[in-house]
Write a protein of this length. Sequence first.
Lengths: 456, 321
Amino acid sequence: MIFTQAEFMLFFAVVLIAAWACRGRDQRNVLLLIASYYFYAHWDIRFCGLLMFSTLVDYLAGRRIDRSDDGATRERWLILSVSTNLGVLGFFKYCNFFIESISSAIDPLGINVATLPILLPVGISFFTFQTMSYTIDIYRRKISSIDRPLDFALYVAFFPQLVAGPIVRARELLPQLAEVPKWSGRKFYGGFQQLLRGSVKKVLIADRLGEMADIVFAGPELYSGATLWIAAIAYAGQIYYDFSGYSDMAIGAAKMLGYRFPANFRHPYLATSMNDFWHRWHITLSRWLRDYLYIPLGGSHAGKSSTYRNLMITMTLGGLWHGAAWTFVLWGIWHGMALCAQRFVGISLRRPLGWVITISVVLIGWILFRSPDMPSAARFVEGMLRWQHGIDWFPPLTIIAILMMIAEHAAWTTPLRRAMRLPADAWYSPIATAMMLWALVLYAPQGFHPFVYFQF
Amino acid sequence: MLTRWLSGAMIGTLVIAATSPIFVRSYLPREINRGVWALSAGQSYRWRSEGYATTSIGPHGMPGKTTTRSHEDARRVALWGDSQAEGVCVADEQKIFALAQSASQNRLCVFPLAQSGDRANDWIGQMEWSEQQLGVTDHVFLIAELSDLQMNQPASPTPSPWTQWASSHLPAFVIASIRNLATDDGDMPRKLRFRPGPVRSSIRSADDVQSTAVSGADRSECLRALRRKAVGSITIIYAPKLPQVVDGKVKSIDGEDSDFGQLVQSAIDSNISVIDLRDEMRHSAARNQWPHGFHNGQIGSGHLNVVGNQIIAHAIADRLR
């Protein structure tokens, strides 16, 4: 069940009505927990066991760490929690990747290793990171453990953020789950508009851009240089509007239920440096990597060479987090190198030049990210730079979607930014809302288009 | 507040109604003409899927041809086929019939009688009529899929009363919205699933697969039926979807090559001439002139475009001129 399907809309309508009809906190949290497990079971009921296991281990580990004053005991329970989460993630997500990599390395020796029939549970990368942050924060004494297993189970499984984030910290959500939210018509309206805005981003922009990107990335050698450039820009737009659309829908749905999630995107393509880009792109992952990987490694406080090393480790693992393929690793390394280069040069470039360099680095990164393998990525970049001869394909709807992307980014830098949120008291809000609803029904591409980040 | 939202919703709907013709295809009621359900003469049919084009519907529901008159010495040719021959993705002057007339310097008068979804049974039912009413002396069949040359197929479905009513009374954007909500990809009724997963994918049975295969005997019988129904000459133009870009690869090999060989033999036996345009299509694509596909769809996939129509039109003109 994905947010743009009719099933979700009906499911969400029922949950919304039932949740606001609940008087007590426990009643409401039980309802939301059952709804969240049903939401997850809609993909595959077998995944629910894993979710329960992860919840149980981290709940118990959190309690033990919090209750103990003995450093060794606390550390033991933290190691158990982290290794369980990483073990689950490693087995389900990376096991076959490592088997395939080893297999191809030893293939010249005539040894073949078969991969395992493992199904990747949806959202595993998100909920394992979320639960790890809980036990690590307790270990660091930033938060106390929760004594209500129901609230913790809901924190882990809460359906708006379960399968693709935002990665919400325990200290952000658990206090909200401890009480029944107060009804606010203004917040409900704001949540609805954000949900609607996210749907428009996903269905009308990302899916349209994806139609072209999918086809061209499947065979870049067939297309002309101009078509490759448009496809690369289209993919940059697709992944941004797909993921930020999902985030908007998740944040909007949670807001309609009375909860607040952190923002996940701030128009990253307006960034004027790589550092700026990572403060705007997938913010909840960036800060997770910063707080639980980069800073523990030493951050930028232990000399220049250590900083470069820490950046490279963080970004490489960040790349690997996205998917079990060498192209993702290379994408992480590429971004790590860009961040190191920026730090090495040490000057902040003026706006137009900084933006051009940043967007170029990001665009090349997306080609690595999207291509099925490295030779294909190399052919894509080569075709763009050589302006190769081939099929000239300029789909009008893709070009319109790209123009919409440019217009939306330009408008965000002006006072129109507030108007784009469609305030309830503005005269144009009903008109724009009606147009968006009609457009979603009329112009949605046919077929099933899952969110790109679901595969991570 | 409520008034503001209701009036705002109405204005928003009006804006969508005014702009939707740019992106939404038109829906027209059909009427019985030449024994089949066809669009009514005098109407305009807007196609907005792969290519953006408006087609004027002529007499007898002919797409793009608004008159049955021709030069006195012109040969009168009926063009049969499915949506590939119908050509609603391109403007009227770029349709096969118009290009063939132009290529023959109007020594041919081509009647576009093809309709989307038509197959042998549909054509056979209209051939006698075309000779008697339009004075057709030559029949050209544009075949993209050999399975269309098969007898005992169900006739094209009769439009439902609801479809006819909606096409006559409702604006296109409302019909398109209802269709999008009620149907899934491939025009199947939308089914909602609320039971937990995983979903078992349905596997086609061997019987299902075999049911689409056409035997050589079926095809021979079909050609004989075509021959029996026509006094004039019959020409089959074979132009499958080749070459095609599928999953990033160019597919140039015709999977129906051996069936086509059988078809040629059966055609000779039935005194039907066959034109094979596969090589011309391949050569055209090799020059980066792809015969199929549109910018709004995918170049190298889908319906015939102007390049493809020109290849076919020249083949018709060269054969019948």
